[in-house]
Design a protein around this ligand. Structure first.
Ligand code: NZQ
Ligand code: ZN
Length: 389
């Protein structure tokens, strides 16, 4: 196990009716909030009214910015920064899913920064300070409600890039599983793929002596595998929605990466899919992750056998561990299919004429490679995309 520092200070307020506490929480961070949300689902569900009422009752002044879209855009972030400066905002309150939260985080870093907020995403600058961000979560998926990262798409060139800093972990996250009853099945499934991907990115590691976080990761994966089919049948099953929502936060608040180095190549590759073709991030991951696994499993067959046996209850073939490893990958793919997700680029309607460009654009480290479990070159990424065709 590696040395680590774990700091994940987001205050989680979880359960039925939790959104009624938003006024009190927001008030403790100042008197004026930017209420940021997406395309209107929160108005249709009545959540918007409850949030505004709670803020009003707590004496919090509200300025609004709607329109955060899936794969949130840089242009709206610029608009939000200007608005916050003009209105002297104390706290940004994101009400929605990962896209609204990430848009809020980028605005929060941009307000006090003299340069272009995109500098953070290109590595040109590091954020030194940021406004606090609070969250009312409506979609378990991205884990942004307690993560240190933020992913934004720049329309000019359709570049989707992430940035991480302790400064942007939300100060509070209000999580009422009832708010997820209205999610369309496809969005629920995309969320499942993203949550599972966050765990698997951490699970496939070269770090030794990671039993504890292995077991935690396997338990979190099994929770999603068990409860997603339940809510697809019965969208208002509170207990299953609650398991999924909490698992989604734990999958990405860095508890599961303590003492180990994660991979993250699949996420970087997927960002090209959702950046260029605007597909949901979770759907892109359902396509990329199994292809990545098929490409790298020989690097550590034992770890893939463990994944197959412990997560998917595959029978261990002691004479042919490779078969067991492949069975785990097959079961993952079958699971994605069974919950209505695509597992091939063609099923996402992504043509194969820009694979080279995507492989080239995939963000690499200083050594020109992406991923940690196996360090991949541009050619490897292209091979993975071809496996996903
Ligand atoms: O915009 P509205 O009208 O609210 O509708 C949204 C949106 O269309 C809808 N929705 C959300 N909650 C709902 C609901 N519809 C009905 N009932 C509800 N309760 O769902 C749609 C998708 O929302 P979005 O926020 O885009 O989804 P998600 O939470 O999956 O976020 C995806 C974004 O997060 C990034 C992804 O790359 C992507 O841009 N990620 C952020 C991470 C982070 N900051 O730590 C990590 C992740 O790996 C990921 O990259
Ligand atoms: Zn993700």
């Amino acid at each position: 196990m590696d040395n680590f520092t774990f700091q994940s200070p987001t205050k989680i307020i979880f359960g039925k009716g939790a959104e009624h506490q938003v006024g009190k929480e927001a008030r403790s961070h100042g008197g004026k909030v930017l209420l940021h949300y997406g395309g209107g689902s929160i108005k249709r569900t009545g959540l918007y009214d409850r949030v505004v009422q709670s803020l009003n009752e707590a004496g919090v002044e509200v300025v609004e910015l709607a329109g955060a879209q899936p794969n949130p855009r840089l242009s709206l972030v610029y608009e939000g920064i200007e608005l916050c400066r003009k209105e002297n905002i104390d706290l940004i309150l994101a009400v929605g899913g990962g896209s609204t939260i990430d848009s809020s985080k980028a605005i929060a870093m941009g307000v006090p920064y003299k340069g272009d907020v995109w500098d953070f995403f290109t590595g040109k600058a590091d954020a030194q300070t940021a406004l606090p961000v609070g969250v009312v979560l409506t979609l378990p998926a991205a884990g942004s409600e307690a993560s240190d990262s933020c992913v934004i798409t720049k329309e000019d060139g359709w570049l989707k890039r992430g940035y991480g800093s302790q400064l942007i972990r939300p100060v509070f996250a209000i999580m009422n599983p009832e708010l997820t009853f209205t999610l369309p099945p496809y969005q629920t499934a995309c969320g499942a793929a993203d949550i599972m991907a966050h765990i698997m990115e951490r699970y496939f590691t070269n770090t030794k002596g990671v039993d504890f976080t292995d077991y935690l990761s396997e338990a979190t994966l099994k929770t999603i595998i068990k409860h997603i089919p339940v809510v697809l049948e019965d969208p208002e099953n509170y207990e299953s929605r609650a398991q999924i929502m909490w698992a989604g936060t734990i999958a990405h608040n860095d508890l599961l990466s303590t003492g180990r180095v994660g991979d993250w190549a699949s996420h970087q590759i997927e960002h090209e899919l959702s950046g260029i073709y605007d597909v949901p991030h979770g759907a892109g991951l359902a396509v990329v992750f199994p292809a990545w696994m098929k490409y790298v499993y020989k690097h550590d067959i034992e770890r893939f056998v463990q994944f197959a046996v412990r997560v998917w209850n595959a029978e261990q073939d002691f004479f042919n561990p490779e078969q067991t490893a492949l069975e785990g990958i097959r079961r993952l793919e079958d699971f994605f299919r069974s919950i209505g997700l695509p597992v091939r680029l063609s099923e996402l309607d992504i043509p194969n004429d820009r694979l080279e460009e995507m492989a080239e654009k995939t963000k690499k480290g200083a050594d020109g490679k992406v991923g940690q479990f196996v360090k991949l070159t541009t050619k490897d990424v292209l091979n993975i995309l071809r496996l996903a065709e």
